[in-house]
Design a protein around this ligand. Structure first.
Ligand SMILES: [Ca+2]
Ligand SMILES: [Ca+2]
Ligand SMILES: [Ca+2]
Length: 259
C-alpha cells in the first residue's frame, strides 16, 4: 500500500510538473587532450624538463616523470604514475603554470577531474586550478594542497559553461621550500542529465523527459543527454533517476553519455 501510494504521489508530482520546459538542448562531451601526460613519451624510469603535448607553460618549465624515479633529497622514490607511465610536476611557485585551451560548443554542466600528489607529507604543496574564459575572466577556481602522504587523491571542479573558448590553468602557489605539485589523469567531461539544455540539472530536466516520453514532447538534443542512468535507452527510468538524484540524494547522472 505504501509503495502504491508512493508511486501514485510520484506520478502526480511528475505529471503536475509537465507544464514547463519546451527547450531543445545541444550538449556534447568535451575532453582535454593528453590529460594523462603520456605524450611525449620520455625514457622509462626517468624525468626531464619538458612540455606535455597539447599543454603549455606560462613561464617556468615543469618536469615530466616516467615510471619510478629516485629522489636523492628525500632518500626515496617519487610517486609512481596514477595512470599510464607518466605524470607532470608543475613545480612549487607561481612561475609554474600549466594550461590548455579548449572549445565548448554546448551550454551545460561540466566536470573537471584530476589526481594530485606530492613526494610525501610534512611539507605543503599548494596550488590552484582555474577555468578562464575567452575574456580572461575566471569562471571557476579552487585551491588545493597536493601533500597528503604520497598517495594520489581524486579532485573535482564543477562548472556550468556557455559555448566559447576556455583555458584550464594549474598553477603552483607555494614557495621554494615546499614540495612540487604532481598532477595526473586530468579529464573534462559533460555531465549527463541536462535534458532541456539550460545548463543545470534539476527537476525541469525530469519534466522535460516525461514530456518527451509520454506526451510526444521534443526529445533531448542530442538524445543521449537524457540518458541519465547509463542504460541503452532514454525513457521514464531516466526521469525517475533524476528525481531520485535531485530530491533523495540518489546517485548522480553518468558522465560522457554521448560517447
Ligand atoms: Ca599518466
Ligand atoms: Ca537542465
Ligand atoms: Ca537510460
Amino acid at each position: 500500500m505504501a509503495i502504491l501510494m508512493n508511486q501514485r504521489v510520484l506520478t502526480v508530482i511528475m505529471i503536475g510538473l509537465v507544464m514547463i520546459c519546451i527547450l531543445a538542448c545541444d550538449s556534447n562531451a568535451s575532453n582535454l587532450l593528453n590529460g594523462s601526460f603520456e605524450s611525449p613519451a620520455i625514457p622509462i624510469n626517468s624525468y626531464q624538463f619538458g612540455t606535455p603535448s597539447s599543454w603549455s607553460w606560462s613561464s617556468s618549465t615543469g618536469i615530466i616523470f616516467n615510471g619510478t624515479v629516485f629522489n636523492p633529497v628525500e632518500g626515496s622514490n617519487w610517486p609512481s604514475p596514477m595512470d599510464g607511465e607518466q605524470y607532470i610536476d608543475i613545480g612549487n611557485v607561481s612561475t609554474f603554470s600549466l594550461s590548455q585551451t579548449f572549445a565548448i560548443t554546448s551550454k551545460g554542466p561540466y566536470q573537471l577531474t584530476w589526481y594530485d600528489n606530492a613526494h610525501s607529507s610534512g611539507l605543503t604543496s599548494p596550488y590552484s586550478v582555474s577555468i578562464i574564459n575567452g575574456s580572461q575572466q575566471i569562471v571557476a577556481t579552487m585551491s588545493f594542497d597536493a601533500a597528503h602522504g604520497g598517495v594520489w587523491q581524486n579532485r573535482v571542479l564543477l562548472v556550468t559553461l556557455d559555448p566559447g573558448t576556455y583555458t584550464v590553468v594549474y598553477m603552483a602557489t607555494g614557495d621554494f621550500q615546499g614540495f612540487d605539485t604532481l598532477i595526473d589523469h586530468v579529464t573534462f567531461v559533460y555531465i549527463c542529465g541536462d535534458a532541456n539544455g539550460d545548463g543545470k540539472i534539476n527537476v525541469g530536466d525530469a519534466v522535460f523527459l516525461i514530456n518527451y516520453v509520454f506526451k510526444n514532447g521534443p526529445e533531448p538534443n542530442p538524445k543521449c543527454a537524457g540518458n541519465t542512468n547509463g542504460d541503452a535507452s532514454v525513457n521514464v527510468g531516466d526521469a525517475v533517476y533524476l528525481i531520485n538524484y535531485v530530491f533523495k540524494g540518489g546517485p548522480a547522472p553518468i558522465t560522457n553519455c554521448c560517447q
